[in-house]
Design a protein around this ligand. Sequence first.
Ligand SMILES: C[S@@+](CC[C@H](N)C(=O)[O-])C[C@H]1O[C@@H](n2cnc3c(N)ncnc32)[C@H](O)[C@@H]1O
Length: 423
Amino acid sequence: MDSRLLAFNIYRKTIDGGGIENKEIKNIPAENVAFVKRLVQMTLRRQEFLKQIINKFMRQKIIQKPNNMQILLLLAAVEILYFDTPDYAVVNSYVALAKKINNKYAAGFVNAVLHKICYNKEKIVACKPLPFFPFPFRKMLQSSYCSKKIDSIETAALKEPDLDITVREDPEFWCRKLGGKLLGNGTVRLKQTGNISALDGFAQGAWWVQDFSSSLPVIALKDIKNKTVLDLCAAPGGKTAQLIAKGALVTAVDISQKRLKILEENLERLNLKAQNIIAADALQYLNNCSQFDIVLVDAPCSADGTLRRHPEIVHTRNIDDVKKNALLQHQLLAKAAKAVKNKGKLMYAVCSMCKQEGEQQIDSFISNYPNFKIFPILTENINPFHHLGYEKIITEKGFIRCLPDMLEGMDGFFAACLQKISE
Ligand SMILES: C[S@@+](CC[C@H](N)C(=O)[O-])C[C@H]1O[C@@H](n2cnc3c(N)ncnc32)[C@H](O)[C@@H]1O
């Protein structure tokens, strides 16, 4: 399939809430897949900015979700403005696509708008490509942050993130070997690389991909050797791998068979073994399970914190997703509380920036469960390499609160550690 048509199909599906299926890219050469991914991701990051530009050139404005012809205009504009392809080649290809997808009239229209973009190219490229956030996404964040903070998050999240890896042993060695940068928690940060599985140490299971922020809760648990851990919502297993690598005896539970298969493949490559891997709804599983030293609830959430790597999130999430997930998180926490041994720990985590899924969720839990207390996470516990500024990601109450504009950039994330003080 023509790469631009594939990009169009994937874009349409993505903003309608679907993901990229492997079968769609199975028979496509790797360099074309890389081109399509870069084009789609960059267009998702530039959609709101380019909507404003394109709207100046046409009478039928793009109001909210772009229609087919408008998607073609957005993809073409990104290629003209930010790719090296010659302008005439881009215009000709998208005019042909417009004929195929829409009609001759649309093709003429696409041609006219794209010529205006080519003509104004230098001026447009010189602009900061903001806004990134459409109104419903901004409104969702307004329930947690002031406008100035949201602006700062928006600018930081626009930047394509580097690749973070968690190293099983000796991060300093792997940092030198891979030419990366060592962060305070031990994460090795690499400049974006093409084929991750071709990097040194991947095949031998020396490391796995995991964003800086999501590695923090398990690091904060410190010494967990021989402790029993119930890892709820475990797949694809980034935290499971960390737990096992630190010597914990892990029972991993996830509702998705498909994602558990990825967890199993990851553990196999890393030569790590869980005690149990269970496909189940955590809410059901918790009805009748034994107690553990530590229960990790890495709860399903709006995932808005992963917007740097998944820019489609800003176009598909709104406050309703936050409310729906907050309800499930509340139920999970209530049931997970029973599975914690007396004096044991309950670690709660979400890759969400919204306080309804983070700080507020834990405040409400603590007021409903007086037999639990906050076990404050200390800066030194998540910063074994003693880098400066890490106190910024710990709140006054001792929670981890990460946002994309903090330190050198990270996913939005929240974690809190609680201790059961009586049955
Ligand atoms: C944030 S991801 C977990 C990431 C994982 N802990 C890691 O570190 O790689 C959330 C997971 O929750 C799972 N999930 C969603 N609802 C669930 C439920 N009711 N019971 C168990 N797992 C659930 C999803 O399948 C998904 O794998």
